[in-house]
Design a protein around this ligand. Structure first.
Ligand code: AMP
Length: 160
């Protein structure tokens, strides 16, 4: 960005958001947050990347579950996630095509941060449950972890 002495328009504010990463876990809170990602994408004409992370289970393969059934289970989970993503995208306006989807396996906050760097996004949008007390202690917060380490701005939307 240009020095602070220039006007806001000269500083390229209009083109500020070129790519927006939206983290989708299919919960009510992330679906609510999507309204903001969608509005930002449309208003700034920014490419929208919708990312879902399949939480990596503890590696059970070879221990309790025969290898072959573990692979089958993984495949079914991937197919299920893909179907949910398709159903989610169906709800968007048909004239909106400036988006792409991705499903990856891993630890959600790590994958969200990694994708943001890889795609050099200008903004991450995500929901938050706003867990407190013991719930927060036990489950932590994906949003909090992303906010703490992201190199770009993060918009968190709490379902009130
Ligand atoms: P929190 O309530 O702080 O744990 O954050 C929940 C938010 O993190 C969700 O609304 C999503 O935006 C994001 N998130 C959590 N899990 C996933 C996941 N598996 N894939 C993509 N985004 C996720």
């Amino acid at each position: 960005m240009n020095p602070a002495s220039s006007s806001y328009d000269e500083r390229g504010i209009k083109g500020m958001f070129k790519k927006i990463l939206f983290a989708l876990d299919f919960s009510e809170s992330s679906e609510h947050a999507f309204n903001y990602a969608y509005a930002m994408s449309r208003n700034f004409n920014a490419r929208l990347i919708i990312l879902h992370v399949i939480q990596e289970p503890i590696d059970l393969s070879g221990f309790y579950v025969p290898h072959i059934s573990f692979e089958k289970l993984e495949k079914e989970i991937e197919e299920g996630a893909q179907k949910m993503m398709e159903a989610f995208c169906e709800k968007m306006d048909k004239d909106f095509t400036n988006y792409e989807t991705e499903i990856i396996s891993g630890i959600p906050y790590e994958e969200i941060l990694g994708k943001a760097v890889k795609e050099d996004v200008s903004l991450i949008v995500m929901g938050t449950h706003g867990r407190k007390g013991i719930d927060h202690f036990l489950f932590g917060s994906t949003a909090e972890r992303v906010v703490r380490s992201a190199r770009c701005p993060v918009m968190t939307v709490r379902l009130s």
